[in-house]
Design a protein around this ligand. Structure first.
Ligand code: QV4
Length: 474
């Protein structure tokens, strides 16, 4: 179940973290469709606990499978899926199959008004009782398979997926979403579930809904959250044949490279050459909603220059199933999404350039990022050719004869003739500007009969990357 069911030449998923369904529907129609995105990963859709201050992570603590959260209700969800599918944007839901909520004193009331007593493992809204869960224990040794898969991840009540009842409830929940037209699922905390149980669940799911434009017998796309740094007892290899797996090493290594801890010239062998999963099994990202909050090598929107360069490389190099992060501004791990005084999530607002202004970061609306989504579509099905580097942090390469990329992460200028592999003509750099009414609003490059063009990226230029492709030829 590795096929994401993209439309046409589309290639890129965006995670609209904590967005409301009505805003996503609008975004599909007004921005994502026209800009050539392929799909959206949405936040968890089922009822969750209400945590004080409304941190984003309350949505990772389920109370029932009713589709009411701060993002909207079932009707709004269904409307979003239909409207997005109508403009060729697929919806993938973040699903919590591993656990229910953590401890809560007394009776908890969820976002759909359902009551539960998590401490007693009593979730009448499903219903689940204590016998549907693994015994309570803590994960202290992350290389102990029993603990990782049968104890409680940060105290979250751990469902027993080998039980027929639990399986049937999870399948019913996922099938309900398939009926509503989704294309697949991000499986949260997959590592904390036995792969045999997941295999049973995935293979029991319905085919995708033909009323939403999916071909007959289409299987749901599955991508599983398994964090594997390369030395884990529970490894990504146990899951990769069931569906795609999040490739966390990609995120860490691309961060290292563009932070300057590893010369860009080494990226020539990017992909499986770095020990990553085979391309079709790897869900790739510069950052995700968890690791963007951790200190370390991973880049996030707070280092925009390097972040845009890393994203350009991510989307230009033909490896993996690409996902772009779209964040809200945060100070610490618990910062809630933009909300009003009644704790309702607020809608994004945009300035005249289309950038988000009211607490939403919307990396996917940064020109340098959505332009690379267009680049990836334009060069689809071509290979890397014509690799060049200066032996250090200046590199360039072609995507067949359809696209060309150059990066300068050195503290001196890149100024020289390089092989762009493109047909002769003048091309707009889609990073510094766009092709508008037949001319370039940013840099342009003239390519001669031999495919060479003069490339300049100053060390103090606003962006350290330049990108040309055939759809932005003057
Ligand atoms: C606290 C203590 C625990 C204690 C527990 C007891 O920290 O030690 O056992 O109380 O009651 C929140 C709080 C956390 C709290 C927990 C339970 O932050 O302090 O535990 O709730 O009340 C998200 C957040 C977590 C959040 C959780 C549930 O990141 O902070 O916990 O949601 O709301 C591993 C896994 C990987 C996982 C990753 C974070 O292998 O699968 O850790 N990633 C996914 C999601 C992630 C999510 C979860 C899993 C859980 O991507 O966003 O965690 O669904 O690497």
């Amino acid at each position: 179940q590795h096929n994401p069911h993209w439309w046409g030449n589309r290639n890129t998923i965006v995670h609209l973290f904590e967005w409301k369904w009505s805003d996503i529907a609008q975004e599909c129609e007004s921005f994502l469709g026209p800009r050539g995105f392929a799909g959206v990963q949405v936040s968890p859709v089922n009822e969750n606990i209400i945590a004080a201050g409304r941190p984003w992570w309350e949505r990772y603590q389920p109370i029932s499978y009713k589709l009411t959260t701060r993002s909207g209700n079932e009707e709004e969800f269904g409307d979003m899926v239909r409207r997005c599918n109508d403009v060729g944007i697929r919806i993938y839901v973040d699903v919590l199959l591993n656990h229910m909520s953590g401890d809560f004193d007394g009776v908890a009331v969820g976002t759909a008004g359902t009551e539960a007593e998590p401490r007693k493992k009593s979730f009448p809204g499903v219903p689940y009782t204590a016998q549907d869960f693994h015994p309570t224990c803590e994960i202290t040794d992350w290389n102990d398979r029993f603990q990782v898969q049968q104890c409680e991840l940060v105290g979250l009540k751990d469902l027993d997926q080998s039980s027929d009842w639990v399986r049937s409830k999870l399948i019913e929940f996922l099938d309900h979403l398939i009926e509503l037209g989704v294309a697949g699922f991000r499986v949260d905390a997959a590592k904390h579930m036995a792969s045999e149980d997941l295999e049973y669940i995935y293979s029991s799911l319905s085919n995708l809904n033909i009323d939403h434009g999916f071909p007959h017998n289409s299987r749901p796309f599955i991508f599983q959250e398994v964090i594997d740094h390369g030395h884990e007892t529970v490894s990504r290899d146990e899951y990769k044949d069931l569906g795609a797996v999040t490739e966390f090493r990609f995120s860490e290594e691309i961060g290292n490279a563009f932070r300057g801890n590893n010369a860009l010239k080494w990226l020539q062998s990017w992909g499986t050459g770095w020990g990553f999963l085979p391309s079709g099994q790897a869900l790739t990202f510069v950052d995700n909603h968890d690791n963007q909050r951790d200190a370390g090598a991973v880049l996030n929107y707070k280092s925009p220059r390097q972040y845009k360069m890393a994203t350009a490389f991510h989307l230009a190099y033909p490896y993996g199933i690409s996902r772009v992060m779209s964040s809200f501004a945060f100070d610490d791990h618990d910062t809630p999404p933009p909300q009003d005084a009644q704790e309702r999530i607020i809608s994004p607002e945009f300035d005249e350039d289309g950038a988000c202004v009211n607490g939403w970061i919307c990396e996917h609306r940064w020109r340098q990022i959505y332009a690379m989504v267009g680049f990836k579509n334009a060069v689809r099905d071509t290979e890397i050719t014509g690799w060049w580097d200066n032996g250090d942090n200046q590199i360039s390469f072609c995507r067949g004869n359809k696209g060309f990329l150059a990066f300068n992460n050195n503290l001196y200028d890149l100024s020289q003739d390089l092989n762009t592999c493109l047909p002769a003509g003048t091309y707009c750099d889609v990073i510094s500007g766009s092709l508008i009414d037949g001319s370039c609003t940013g840099k342009s490059v003239t390519v001669n009969e031999n495919g060479y063009g003069y490339i300049h990226i100053g060390s103090d230029d606003f962006d350290g990357v330049l990108a040309l492709h055939v759809d932005a030829k003057v």
